[in-house]
Ligand binder design. Structure first.
Ligand SMILES: Nc1ncnc2c1ncn2[C@@H]1O[C@H](COP(=O)(O)OP(=O)(O)O)[C@@H](O)[C@H]1O
Ligand SMILES: [Mg+2]
Length: 247
């Protein structure tokens, strides 16, 4: 599946990716997914619990290794990287937003934001940092620790942290799953508008049709397979498709 008529190479390209978790009863979590995401695109991933959404994102992030298939992020073929090179690759090219924020409790917001860049031995550009902090709406919170933030504020910090290195792709796995629906919608709106403004490629897993309706493309997973997609859909179209796929 190609996602755009642009001639630019995809930001993320999955080619026939499979992931089987071994064991007495092996689990075929991902069964042959191919996907090309245009630079600057915003993609929502939907599907029932257990359909392979998190596994697919982990593989695309280089956090997990596919059983077979190829994954390219920018010009990097993940499978060909040594473990050290993969760590460096992730710090530079992949931003990840987790449902549980994953902020470091004893560090201030400012230090949490800088941490991935510090680990990558890079120095964030102060003007870009300030612009991003303002864009996600966390200005003034820099001196606080995560325990002094609301869930919505914590996730805004995590979004800014993911975008700060200007990664090739930001992957967000149910980033609003721990938030009430109104706060979740606000946080997704922040992610959407910030991504659009800075032309950031984003993939977000969500169960909320209203959230997915902000995406350029919604892809549907079922039983480890890509079963459908909708381009620039309305929430009503998404809901109808979810109902049809649930039958
Ligand atoms: N580390 C693991 N070991 C074994 N099975 C796993 C592991 N992680 C996920 N699975 C299984 O893989 C399937 C897909 O899981 P997951 O990718 O988490 O789905 P989703 O995010 O769509 O809920 C499920 O059957 C799940 O139980
Ligand atoms: Mg999941």
């Amino acid at each position: 599946m190609t996602s755009s008529p642009t001639l630019a190479p995809p930001a993320v390209h999955l080619i026939d990716v499979h992931k089987t978790y071994p064991g007495a009863a092996p689990v075929h979590a991902v069964r042959g997914v191919s996907l090309a995401l245009a630079p600057g695109s915003f993609t929502a991933v939907m599907g029932p619990s257990g359909s392979g959404k998190s596994t697919l994102l982990s593989c695309a992030a280089g956090l997990d290794t596919p059983t077979s298939g190829r994954i390219l992020v920018g010009e990097h073929e993940i499978g060909s990287l040594s473990s050290d090179a993969l760590t460096r690759f992730r710090r530079e090219h992949v931003g990840f937003v987790f449902q549980s924020y994953n902020l470091i409790g004893h560090l201030t917001v400012a230090d949490n934001l800088r941490l991935p860049m510090v680990l990558a031995e890079r120095e964030p550009d102060p003007a870009w940092l300030a612009e991003l902090v303002a864009a996600v709406g966390i200005a003034g919170l820099e001196g606080r620790r995560p325990g002094e933030l609301s869930g919505g504020q914590a996730q805004r910090v995590a979004i800014a942290r993911a975008l700060l290195p200007r990664p090739t792709v930001v992957l967000a796995d149910e980033p609003t799953g721990a938030l009430d629906s109104r706060t979740g919608a606000e946080v997704l709106q922040v992610l959407r508008s910030t991504a659009r403004r800075f032309d950031q490629t984003v993939v977000v897993v969500t169960h909320d049709p209203r959230v997915a309706a902000a995406a350029d493309r919604v892809i549907f997973l079922a039983d480890g397979r890509l079963v459908d997609h909708l381009d620039a859909p309305t929430a009503e179209q998404i809901t109808a498709r979810m109902v049809a796929l649930g039958r």
